[in-house]
Design a protein around this ligand. Structure first.
Ligand code: SF4
Length: 129
C-alpha cells in the first residue's frame, strides 16, 4: 500500500506499476526518482506553461514519474514530491497574480493532507483571514 503512495499527486504509469509489483515480489525497494516533474518536462522539450503562458504549475514541487503528462498538454501539474520548496513556488504564483485564497486551493486541491502541502496552505490561510 505505501509503495503505491509514492506516486501521490499524479497518475502512475504502467512501468511504475510493474516495478512496484516486481519490487514487492522480490522484497526490494521500488526504483523511484527524487527529482521533480520539471526535469521530465524539460527532457520532453516542453515549453514551460508557467513561464510562457502564466499558468500556475505544481511541477517544481511534484515528484517525477508521470513523464510530465499534464504540462505536455499545456496544463499545470499538481502533487507533492520529496522536500518540495513550496514557499518558493508560492512566491512564483503570487508573481503570476495568484491570490492567497487561490494559493490555499492549489495546495489543498490535491493531496492537501500531505505534510508539505498542508503546511504551505496553512501559511496562506492565515494571510487570507
Ligand atoms: S510546465 Fe510545469 S513541470 Fe514543466 S517546467 Fe514548467 S513548471 Fe516545471
Amino acid at each position: 500500500m505505501s509503495m503505491l503512495i509514492m506516486s501521490a499527486g499524479r497518475p502512475i504509469n504502467k512501468h511504475q506499476l510493474l516495478d512496484v509489483i516486481s519490487a514487492f515480489l522480490h522484497g526490494r525497494k521500488p526504483n523511484t526518482t527524487s527529482y521533480s516533474v520539471c526535469i521530465e518536462c524539460k527532457r520532453r522539450g516542453n515549453v514551460c506553461v508557467m513561464v510562457a503562458h502564466g499558468i500556475p504549475c505544481m511541477g517544481p514541487v511534484t515528484h517525477a514519474g508521470c513523464n510530465a503528462l499534464c504540462p505536455t498538454y499545456n496544463r499545470g501539474c499538481y502533487g507533492p514530491k520529496e522536500t518540495p520548496n513550496t514557499a518558493s513556488l508560492s512566491n512564483w504564483f503570487k508573481r503570476l497574480g495568484v491570490n492567497e485564497v487561490d494559493l490555499v486551493r492549489y495546495f489543498r486541491s490535491y493531496y492537501g493532507n500531505s505534510e508539505h502541502f498542508y503546511k504551505e496552505s496553512k501559511v496562506h490561510m492565515k494571510k487570507r483571514d
